[in-house]
Design a protein around this ligand. Structure first.
Ligand code: GRF
Length: 197
């Protein structure tokens, strides 16, 4: 299954997806990385690893941005898309075009703490546990069906930064595993479609 990762920054989840794809039994290959920001460090990480990395610049005209993004994905024959620290909200048009093939990782135990500043909010609430969720992307922000979650403890003295680092470690295991599970599902569907035709 041909996977693309869409990023806006550091790209550590993208790098984890790439590292896991090297395993012999991994059902996906990372064939394209797209960033909407030129300064995203993940672009260079991808290029250094030999993965095609493309800038599709952010612009005011959201529809035009998404048409260009969609065209880039289709040109690379992408079958599955992983948002990985992509900091823009996609429109229903793009989401519908990739329905069932568009995933995101969010640094909270959804449905808790949708949106930004998840770690500060979890600490302020006195939670004992935090974590991350991989979910299907739907028109509701961070609201699509959850595919997989991982939990980490919140420890006394945690700051948003120390907690973010602990959760990020869990993200790097969870995202490749969840993407692989979805890719295996797509492979099965593809196999069945071929049997029927
Ligand atoms: C991660 O915490 C992810 O859950 C959130 O944004 C961050 C991206 O980090 N959506 P990176 O760019 O993958 O390093």
């Amino acid at each position: 299954v041909r996977l693309a990762a869409i990023i806006s920054g550091r790209g550590s989840n993208m790098a984890a997806l790439l590292a896991a794809s090297r395993a012999a039994d991994c059902p996906y290959a990372l064939v394209l990385v797209v960033s909407d920001l030129a300064e995203a460090a993940g672009l260079a990480t991808a290029r250094d690893a030999g993965v095609p990395a493309l800038l599709v610049p952010r612009r005011k005209d959201r529809a035009a941005f998404e048409v260009e993004l969609d065209a880039a994905l289709r040109a690379a024959h992408v079958e599955l898309v992983a948002l990985a620290g992509f900091m823009r909200i996609l429109t229903p048009w793009f989401i519908a075009r990739w329905q069932g093939r568009l995933l995101n990782i969010h640094p909270s135990l959804l449905p808790a703490y949708k949106g930004l500043d998840t770690h500060a909010r979890a600490i302020a609430a006195g939670d004992r546990e935090a974590g991350c969720s991989v979910h299907h992307v739907t028109a509701e922000l961070d609201g699509g069906a959850v595919i997989a979650q991982a939990r980490v403890p919140i420890l006394p003295g945690d700051t948003p930064e120390t907690l973010a680092a602990r959760v990020l470690g869990a993200e790097h295991d969870l995202y490749p595993a969840a993407v692989a599970a979805v890719a295996r599902g797509l492979e099965r569907e593809g196999g069945e479609a071929m049997l029927q035709s």
